[in-house]
Design a protein around this ligand. Structure first.
Ligand code: APR
Length: 238
């Protein structure tokens, strides 16, 4: 793997606009389970089922329990060294932006400044029906919306069946279209439209993943390994 990390370092040093795209595999070493990796599923239920508008509207208790469980878990989770290395690389001007599918905000907590949350975030809330913002404790206490009175509080994550936040998507596409290096870390690339982003990249592309899952993609460099370990090796070289 060392040679490939050296190749990554060379690509980064030659590039002038580098974008990083992360998925749940970037957070598993912070003890946040992914969705489709070997230890991913929650109660063996498909995330497409749980994180969907249909489940929200047809089985709110199950929807609420899934997110309340993930939120409780997040309360004790911190960024790992890999998140901090990405923030330091941004500080050094070696990466310009991170687009993430993760809702944990660990990139923000590690100090990254230009982070686009393509699937929203799990730490802020609103009413599904009247869109009024809500406080976390209202969601945790299973209260109805204090504005419209309906049982519809939810985190500001993008559910299956919903479109992605416009600003995050547009900003990401602007960055990717002007990038000469796209580094994809810890994602199965199974969920659209984010899984189309590598196809828009005009420059070199790199895939860092512990299972080489992504089918039908041509990456210039593929590094099979754990995100934290690869980023720590990269840090040693830069
Ligand atoms: N280092 C590198 N890769 C890892 C690591 C790690 N430490 N841990 C897991 N992986 C890999 C897994 O092998 C898997 O291929 O990361 C990938 C995670 O894939 P998914 O679980 O499908 O997560 P992601 O691609 O981010 O899912 C996209 O699906 O459920 C929705 O909204 C949810 O944002 C999520 C979206």
């Amino acid at each position: 793997m060392e040679n490939k990390v050296r190749e990554l370092k060379d690509l980064m040093e030659k590039a002038r606009h580098v974008v990083v795209l992360t998925g749940a595999g970037m957070d598993t070493e912070s003890n946040i389970p992914d969705f489709r990796g070997k230890d991913g599923l929650w109660r063996n239920l498909d995330p497409r089922l749980l994180a969907s508008v249909d489940t929200f509207e047809e089985n709110y208790p199950l929807f609420r329990e899934f997110y309340a469980t993930r939120l409780k878990l997040l309360e004790t989770r911190q960024p790992h060294r890999g998140h901090y290395i990405l923030a330091e690389l941004e500080e050094k001007g070696l990466i310009q932006a991170i687009a993430t599918q993760n809702v944990s905000r660990l990139h923000h907590l590690a100090g990254s400044k230009h982070v686009y949350e393509l699937h929203g975030n799990i730490r802020t809330f609103r009413c599904h029906y009247c869109n009024e913002p809500a406080e976390p404790e209202e969601f945790f206490d299973n209260r109805n919306c204090s504005h419209c009175g309906q049982p519809g509080l939810r985190p500001n994550v993008t559910l299956f069946g919903e479109s992605l936040p416009t600003d995050a998507w547009n900003n990401t596409m602007t960055e990717v279209l002007q990038s000469d290096l796209l580094i994809v870390i810890g994602t199965s690339l199974e969920v659209s439209p984010v899984n189309q982003i590598p196809r828009f990249a005009k420059g070199k592309t790199v895939y860092i993943n512990d299972e080489i899952a992504a089918k039908g993609y041509h990456f210039d460099l593929v590094i099979q390994g754990k995100a934290k370990k690869v980023l720590e090796q990269l840090e040693q070289l830069i």
